[in-house]
Design a protein around this ligand. Structure first.
Ligand code: HEC
Length: 167
């Protein structure tokens, strides 16, 4: 085989490997981009944060029990530990606390371009997407509530939420 060709194939292989690993996985912790205007003012319905029934509905959607075509756990893992390379690890508190509820909803709705994370808004109502935010936040931010005024996650001091999350 021609040595030049071997070299080209080799270099391309390395290039693809680097691109593949850089797919947004768990690199350095940087804040996500701000939610676009369409989502910036959307927030979790205030009385949902402590609603165990809504959270349970979120869990069922997350694991594909509600709709077999929507199975977040197939990449993100049932317990929030990713099973597909590059999928966001929801157990990482340092990272996930940088995601406001609006950013979270936006990403679920519109996906992340050029990654395996696709847009889900055609398959899930906005209410269902909120239920997913409600459920996913338990992996790292159990019992916390997004405070839009303070612009951060705060302790809801709600034990009911925490115990529902450990199911
Ligand atoms: C085919 C695999 C796959 C499936 C299924 C999947 N995701 Fe993802 N998800 C990813 C990947 C990969 C990323 C990382 C994207 C990146 O690089 O920012 C991600 C990132 C995310 C993020 C964080 C976005 C960000 O800006 O970091 C959220 C939130 C999320 N997924 C929620 C969900 C929800 C909810 C579902 C189910 C409705 C779901 N995902 C289904 C692969 C998947």
């Amino acid at each position: 085989m021609d040595m030049k060709l071997v070299q080209v194939v080799f270099v391309m292989g390395i290039g693809l490997t680097v691109v593949g690993c850089g797919g947004g996985g768990e690199g350095p912790i940087v804040p996500p981009p701000p939610a676009p205007a369409e989502y910036a003012d959307k927030h979790m319905p205030a009385d949902w944060w402590a609603d165990a029934a809504k959270m349970e509905e979120g869990r069922k959607i997350f694991i594909g029990e509600t709709n077999i075509d929507v199975n977040c756990a197939s990449c993100h893992g049932k317990d929030g530990k990713p099973v597909k390379a590059g999928a966001r690890d929801f157990r990482n508190t340092e990272r996930m606390k940088l995601y406001s509820d609006s950013v979270w909803l936006w990403r679920i709705s519109e996906g992340v371009p050029n990654t395996k994370m696709k847009a889900w808004k055609s398959k899930l109502s906005e209410e269902d997407r909120w239920k997913l935010v409600l459920y996913e936040r338990n992996f790292a931010l159990t019992g916390k509530t997004w405070d839009a005024g303070k612009n951060q996650w705060v302790d809801a001091g709600n034990i009911a939420v925490a115990s529902a999350a450990t199911k």
